[in-house]
Design a protein around this ligand. Structure first.
Ligand code: FAD
Length: 446
């Protein structure tokens, strides 16, 4: 057994999860811990990538600098995510979904309206309902799941896979990517070696920067305020999005509490300069602000368990591959959360890259070879670019109160609402079921 190995019991939540390796991992003649693929970043996207590759038998190391016990705590990330249907199929095929399904609230209806309650807002302009779908795609439009629950499910599944090693908390001190291999050294001095490195280290990706990949990026003058909201009335599986002058204000349905209390996830986009004041409001004053924006259709709205605020930005990497390197998730692209699609894009990166690598391995090809990697950007460029342009455009179009613009956008929404084929097209895109879909997104095994 590898002498680096510590704690081969991979049960999630145990301290052994912090530093571990598996019997399958080998030491090369250089004394390095060797795998076929090294993933830097074990967040929601990086760890899903590791699970996808390891479940197809590809030896994979995932390195994350965060403590896995700490990132599963409720205080770490207050966000819930809208998981599109295509993404739920990726997670189901990888045996992750079954561990989170009980806490995933299906979305059966989406109601989009323009303007603030009491300021002449129409009740809703655009209404997406599951009945609008054709038989081929019948079912929920997507699901709302707490990120904490998804992380727990990922860690539990990762712990079952002998081909997967999670090194965490651990940081990469240096990495070199040459014609023959990727070589890295951890901050604690251990050496790693692989055929390919995947950067899943988030928006500020050090691996992307080290590869000299340029980005297009800007900060939005907005932050997303996030909280879990308890309310008196049931949400009936409806997601609400009100477009207000500062940005979208969304209440997304969550599963009820064990006591049967209805809950929703708040994603409130607000002007950056106002956010510190909103975050400091008393519970009662915060409730009053919520009610002022949303109205009383769900009864009294009360935040529970804390508030978080996230500065919002856009980032697009000019390339998503370099020598023996591929970028996925927020390391490759960051978009506005207006349509709840950032994680979904990342999971489609995972599905496309996993299929590319698994097929290459079956042919006996070098997983880090340029010919193998070339297929990945070709597959992902359009989807990534299209969603960036659409979310940025929607945010610009809706985050203002200029009369003529408001008129045009409301006419546009009303027109879409009257055109079932166009509506269905938008719905298929939002559900992650449009375009050239990788096998995992279609719910097929790798
Ligand atoms: C307010 C808000 C709401 C959102 N809502 C939705 C939604 O409803 N639906 C949706 O699809 N998306 C949503 N998103 C987007 C989504 O949260 C992100 O796209 C997603 O979390 C990105 O995951 P990731 O794993 O790529 O990156 P990250 O979550 O940033 O993970 C990066 C990981 O890399 C690790 N790391 C970083 N540097 C290093 C290093 N040097 N060495 C080792 N490890 C390192 C970190 O510890 C971390 O674990 C939302 C975003 C915001 C801000």
């Amino acid at each position: 057994m590898d002498e680096i190995a510590q704690g081969l019991d991979k049960s999630p939540g145990k301290a052994e999860f912090r530093v571990m390796t598996t019997p399958n991992s080998e030491k090369s003649r250089h004394g390095a811990l060797t795998a076929e693929v090294l993933i830097v970043g074990g967040g929601l996207v990086g760890l899903t990538q590791g699970i996808a590759l390891a479940s197809a038998g590809i030896e994979t190391l995932v390195v994350d600098r965060a403590d896995p016990v700490r990132v599963r705590a409720a205080s770490h990330d207050g966000r819930s995510s809208a998981i599109a249907r295509g993404s739920s199929q990726v997670l189901a095929t990888l045996d992750i979904w079954e561990r989170m399904a009980a806490e995933a609230q299906p979305i059966l209806d989406i109601r989009v309206s323009d303007g603030q309650v009491g300021r002449g807002a129409a009740p809703f302009f655009l209404h997406y309902a599951q009945e609008d779908l054709d038989a081929r795609t019948a079912g929920p439009l997507g699901y709302i799941v707490e990120n904490r629950i998804t992380r727990e499910a990922l860690h539990a599944r990762a712990a079952e896979l002998p081909a997967l090693t999670l090194l965490a908390p651990a940081g990469i001190a240096e990495m070199s990517r040459g014609p023959g291999a990727v070589e890295a050294r951890l901050e604690d001095g251990r050496a790693l070696r692989a055929q390919l490195a995947i950067a899943a280290d988030g928006r500020l990706s050090a691996q992307r920067q080290a590869a000299g990949i340029k980005t297009t990026d800007w900060d939005y003058p907005q932050c997303g305020i996030v909280a879990t909201i308890h309310h008196d009335q049931p949400h009936h599986s409806v997601a609400h999005e009100h477009f207000l002058p500062a940005g979208p204000f969304a209440l997304l349905p969550m599963t009820d509490t064990p006591q049967g209390r209805p809950r929703s996830s708040l994603v409130w986009t607000e002007r950056r300069e106002l956010v510190p004041a909103m975050m400091a409001l008393s519970e009662a004053a915060f409730s009053a602000e919520l009610m002022r924006r949303f109205g009383g259709s769900l009864g009294h709205l009360r935040e529970v368990g804390g508030r978080w605020s996230y500065p919002l930005s856009l980032m697009y990497a000019e390339r998503i591959v370099a020598e023996r390197l591929a970028l996925i998730g927020d390391a490759a692209h960051v978009i506005h959360p207006i349509a709840g699609q950032g994680l979904n894009l990342g999971l489609r990166d995972v599905a496309a890259l996993a299929e590319t690598l698994v097929d290459a391995r079956r042919l006996g090809l070098d997983l880090g070879g340029a010919e193998v990697l070339a297929g990945y950007p070709r597959w992902r460029r359009f989807d990534n670019l299209a969603l960036m342009v659409v979310t940025d455009g929607l945010n610009r179009l809706f985050s203002n109160d200029i009369g003529p613009i408001r008129l045009v956008r409301d006419l546009g929404l009303a027109a879409v609402n009257q055109m079932p084929p166009l509506k269905r097209l938008f719905m298929h895109h939002a559900m992650g079921l449009a375009g050239d879909l990788p096998r995992l997104v279609r719910g097929e095994a790798l």
